[in-house]
Design a protein around this ligand. Sequence first.
Ligand code: SAM
Length: 198
Amino acid sequence: MTPGQRFARLVTTVVVRVPFAWRVFRRPLTRSFDGLAPTWEERLGEERLLPMIAALDALPQAPRRALDVGTGTGRVARVLADRWPEVGVVGVDVSPRMIDEARRLDGRVRYDVADSVALPYADGEFDLLTLSNMIPFFDEVARVTASGGHVAVAFSMGDRTPIYVPLARVRSELERRGFTHVADFAAGAGTALLARRA
Ligand SMILES: C[S@@+](CC[C@H](N)C(=O)[O-])C[C@H]1O[C@@H](n2cnc3c(N)ncnc32)[C@H](O)[C@@H]1O
């Protein structure tokens, strides 16, 4: 891993245990992703989407509103818009430069700059949340997911992904907040988990 990737892993590990610590890391991590934004699309091949696609394939029906949290340049948001053109898809990211790139690449999705520790959305506003290679802030994930809605969490290179949380941890954090585990997935080099809010 590069020093930047090691930093992202450190932040993820600390923040999942102590979400309050995010306030220390917010600015340097945002600056780091701002710097990566212009070349982010070149870094990631299509195969990196396979675990998220495996989780989406397991959904029982199309969502009504979907939110891609930590959307970066919007790769997963675009997958959602391709798959369900009639669905309102929103992508959110704390990095303004990532969102600039996402808006430049696709006009179908609404993109917002916001921090996922305090999302600017109503309780239960979305019936699908996707998090790809993203630090999960579980309280907000649970708050904005509708009853009966789903959350898909994917790590495109499994435990070699710089931003990585073991699926067992993701599962237990979601179950503590009223989610039911649906399934784990392995596809390409990555892993994913699908859970449903009871
Ligand atoms: C590793 S990138 C993944 C981007 C995209 N999901 C993908 O798979 O290509 C992580 C993204 O999460 C964003 N991010 C990190 N912490 C965040 C937070 N608290 N709120 C919103 N976005 C955040 C970063 O700015 C970055 O764009």
